[in-house]
Design a protein around this ligand. Structure first.
Ligand SMILES: [Fe+2]
Length: 252
């Protein structure tokens, strides 16, 4: 199957296969979401398929509050993604949109969700609802596309997102209370990349007490530089492939 399985297990592969077949055989997002309900509920009810590493907060993710977004599957053409959003107790996401239809469900912990809509250039809170493990909801823009979630349980919450774009990589919008928007890209953590950074930084930051601040600065620069260099290498490889005619680009 095309696409990248960041969590490559039989359960995730079977789920993605079923989802793609359902989407291909239904005429509209509404119909697809309705048809996907039992399969999505089944995934949320299975306590064993998501390893603990993908349920861990990610203080280094840059989303604030220890919020982490763990990519599980990304389709090659950017038309489908599956990821786990981890929100520590008491933390909340910014108000944000998704710009894609799909299903979002709570796997662990409790959340409060606030749903907003745009009205006269500002945001209006239209609904607030508690979510428990197993609860899920449909997102179909523009309806229900703007929301904020907050973890209300003492344990970290984990929600599973099945969305029809490459959510971590597309530019979306985050909003302040007045409705002012700013470009927002949540990113997505690849466990392998996080492990590499952790392996490098862990011993330096935790085993060497009283690390001089100038050395800390070099460590921080290295932590930023490593992903940047990797990204530039990937872009370079893509450009070489493009020049060789091995990849296609969108037209129109
Ligand atoms: Fe969201």
């Amino acid at each position: 199957m095309s696409g990248a399985f960041l969590l490559d297990t039989p359960v995730v592969r079977a789920f993605v296969t079923d989802v793609k077949a359902t989407i291909a055989s239904t005429p509209s997002p509404e119909d697809a979401c309705e048809a996907l309900r039992p399969r999505f509920a089944e995934l949320l009810a299975d306590p064993d398929w998501l390893p603990a590493e993908y349920q861990a907060p990610a203080p280094e993710s840059g989303m604030g509050g220890g919020i982490g977004q763990w990519a599980l599957y990304r389709s090659e053409d950017g038309s489908l993604s599956l990821f786990a959003l981890v929100v520590p107790s008491g933390s909340e996401t910014p108000i944000h949109d998704h710009l894609a239809w799909g299903l979002v469900g709570l796997y662990r912990g409790d959340q409060d969700e606030e749903i907003y809509r745009r009205a006269n250039g500002s945001l209006e809170l239209v609904e607030q609802r508690p979510l428990r493990p197993g609860d899920f909801y449909v997102l179909i823009p523009p309806r229900d596309d703007i929301h904020r979630v907050r973890t209300t349980s003492r344990v970290t919450s984990v929600s599973i997102h099945l969305l029809t774009n490459d959510t971590g990589c597309v530019w979306r919008h985050a909003y302040d209370e007045s409705g002012e928007s700013r470009p927002f890209r949540s990113g997505g953590i690849h466990l392998a990349a996080a492990l590499v950074v952790g392996i490098i930084l862990g011993p330096v930051l935790h085993v060497v007490p009283g690390l001089p601040s100038v050395l800390s600065l070099f460590v921080a620069l290295f932590a930023v530089g490593l992903p940047a260099i990797t990204y530039m290498l990937l872009v370079g490889m893509w450009l070489v492939q493009l020049a060789a005619g091995q990849v296609s680009t969108p037209r129109g």
